[in-house]
Design a protein around this ligand. Structure first.
Ligand code: WTA
Length: 645
């Protein structure tokens, strides 16, 4: 890995916010004196209603962290109002529709009006500080208005990705006890419409406490309407005053809940709080992307994921930036769409996922080279390890070897970037996320919990608190402790493995737990298994990941049927439909293998290690199978694997 090519900091980044020397100095100070470092950052980056008496208190054994504890501020004020004297007419959001002929610019002044009007509408429906509001919207500006309107009045948003099924939506609404939902009639992506409101109606059959559902008329489709509960977004919001004073929130008041997958079947409601999250979102945005005044920045993520929260909405707006929001998909009308958007809006910074890069690479260079891309200055990636081939293509073909690539490693739980190159400070190695961000103290651990010195591979952990750290799992603090703070006492356990090379660069190798990363979407194998076993013919299911050219990982399902069940040709389709219903289209199994038996230890534990190897067709390296209760099942699985492509 240390032999990887090294791409030096380009000349035009010599004046970046962070130079090599500045990185060293700031990083050192952030570790030696975190309180002083973060106090300075907090003063530079945010406007406060009341200052703090202590910067940080934390206890990893109890899973506790408090940053700027008794200080007060408001997130929407920091993202909107304070910019108005200078930027009222500057574009806050460029919205590019699925239809290439349709785009809109929203200024900071307009953003303020929209956010205040919706905040007043929420208040009129009884939403108070601390109440949870579910947002289930397409990639339309109202998604950002809704998030910011919640923060204005101190409500806690829970954004649910529009690709989740009614069942998954219902679970999330119930878990967070949301009483208000904001949705749209339909979403439009790649020329196809998805019935969001109908999904909400189905979900709400199981959520009797939801009393209000705002519906954005997005495609104008005729949809069923529940009187009293359903409100037309425009009709309601347009009557409201555009004046809504921001509520002063305590630094540790909850800001949002975002559900993510873990190794058990039930998604976790990751809770982030106000000040620490906003500070690190703002800081990483400015430094990782070296954002310069007046630049246009585009992150292709969906607001339903943490990347959309931190790097479409909060990070950019807190810096007074112009953020592009795209409703569609990179391959519609064709695979040149991203590059056309970059030319159309003169995008300077482009941030996307390796799965999108691989998918576009597979379509051929002609879609890229027919565009100019001369506005581009910086490229970024997030979500999964980027393979060097995709990196090189992104660098040479998309960026014409003039745009550095920042490979950002982080998680829903970390809130913001944790390991990343800084374009003015870091020489790049393709495939490495490179170095820790300010204040982030990493370690690699051996199985026994001892720290690895120098170069080596192990479990990636964080040694001390950082401002945008997860505060709890909503309603289940013990699960937070069990998941992140119990494997290795005194450390935050990331669930990822990593290698550190001789130059100190970090290379993420992927999850070490039962979490899949399918096209950058996190999914618990247990979630898919729970869906599969709902079928009456299924006795048992075991799901593992396998290498997939475009998605990074594909979903491989071993399914054991009931004794008397027969495989008819519909069964496969029925199982896929079940995953779709329980989770959503992102959970579609790639391969289903009928398994007469599963490899289990004598105590009944499924040996996933073996199943992973078989799925990878790496059957010569199965390792020791003598501890299995019935080693012969392996032979059958291997034989059957050969007949599947
Ligand atoms: C993976 C997405 C390698 C990792 C922001 C992590 C990455 C999980 C990278 C979190 C990267 C994210 N290189 N792997 N640059 N970024 N990951 O919560 O396994 O959806 O634990 O957050 O994605 O996924 P999540």
């Amino acid at each position: 890995m240390s032999k990887a090519p090294l791409y030096k900091v380009p000349e035009n980044f010599r004046d970046a916010h962070i130079t090599p020397q500045k990185y060293q100095e700031m990083y050192q100070r952030s570790i030696d004196d975190p309180s002083a470092f973060w106090a300075d950052m907090a003063t530079d980056f945010l406007d406060w209603d009341q200052t703090w008496s202590r910067v940080v208190d934390y206890n990893f054994c109890k899973g506790q962290a408090q940053w700027f504890n008794d200080a007060e501020l408001n997130v929407s004020y920091n993202c909107i109002d304070r910019h108005l004297p200078k930027r009222a007419n500057q574009t806050a959001f460029i919205w590019e529709g699925d239809d290439p002929d349709y785009s809109v610019s929203i200024s900071y002044a307009e953003l303020k009006d929209e956010v205040c009007k919706l905040a007043n509408a929420l208040k009129a429906r009884g939403v108070m500080k601390g109440d949870r509001v579910c947002i289930y919207l397409p990639m339309i500006p109202q998604a950002a208005y809704a998030m910011l309107a919640c923060t204005r009045i101190g409500a806690v948003h829970s954004v649910v990705f529009g690709g989740f099924s009614p069942e998954a939506l219902k679970d999330r609404i119930l878990d967070a006890d949301c009483r208000v939902v904001i949705t749209a009639d339909e979403s439009t992506r790649g020329g196809k419409n998805t019935p969001l409101k109908i999904n909400v109606d189905k979900a709400l059959e199981g959520c009797p406490d939801v009393h209000t559902c705002f519906v954005v008329k997005n495609t104008q489709k005729d949809i069923p309407w529940v009187e009293e509960r359903d409100l037309c977004y425009y009709d309601t919001v347009n009557w409201m005053s555009n004046d809504c004073p921001p509520v002063s929130m305590a630094a540790e008041d909850p800001l949002f809940i975002l559900y993510t997958s873990g190794s058990t079947g039930k998604p976790k409601g990751v809770l982030h709080t106000t000040a620490g999250y906003l500070l690190q979102a703002a800081m990483t945005f400015k430094y990782t992307f070296d954002y310069q005044e007046g630049e246009v920045y585009w992150c292709t993520a969906d607001v339903g994921w943490v990347t959309g929260h931190s790097y479409i909405v909060y990070g950019p707006l807190c810096n007074g930036a112009t953020s592009l929001m795209f409703e569609g998909v990179p391959t519609y009308p064709d695979a040149g769409r991203c590059w056309e958007i970059i030319d159309k809006h003169q995008v300077n910074i482009f941030y996307t996922a390796p799965t999108a890069i691989r998918a576009l690479q597979a379509q051929g260079d002609e879609f890229v080279v027919r565009s100019s891309r001369s506005s581009l200055r910086l490229l970024g990636t997030v979500g999964e390890p980027i393979n060097p081939e995709a990196w090189e293509w992104y660098y040479h073909v998309v960026g014409e070897a003039r745009c550095p690539i920042v490979d950002t490693w982080w998680q829903t739980e970390t809130g913001t970037h944790m390991i990343t190159a800084l374009p003015g400070a870091t020489d790049l190695k393709p495939g490495s996320a490179s170095f820790p961000f300010f204040g982030v103290q990493l370690a690699l651990l051996n199985e026994d919990g001892s720290e690895i010195d120098g170069a080596g591979s192990g479990y990636l952990v964080v040694k001390s608190s950082w401002p945008s750290q997860i505060r709890t799992i909503y309603g289940d603090h013990q699960r937070l402790i069990d998941t992140y703070f119990s494997h290795y006492k005194g450390y935050y356990f990331t669930g990822d493995g990593a290698t550190r090379d001789e130059d100190g660069y970090y290379w993420i190798t992927g999850r070490v737990d039962d979490v899949l990363n399918v096209s950058g979407h996190r999914m618990g194998t247990a979630e898919v298994e729970s869906a599969l076993v709902l079928h009456q013919k299924v006795a048992e299911a075991a799901v593992v990941g396998f290498p997939h050219e475009i998605k990074g990982q594909g979903i491989y399902c071993y399914v054991t049927l009931m004794d008397n069940a027969e495989v008819d040709e519909n069964l496969r389709a029925e199982l896929i439909a079940l995953c779709n219903k329980e989770i959503g289209p992102i959970a579609k199994p790639d391969i289903i293998q009928w398994a007469p038996g599963l490899p289990k230890t004598r105590s009944g534990k499924i040996m996933r290690r073996i199943l992973r190897k078989i799925a990878e067709s790496d059957v010569d390296a199965l390792g020791d199978i003598t501890t299995l209760a019935d080693p012969s099942v392996v032979e059958v699985l291997v034989k059957d694997r050969l007949s599947i492509n």
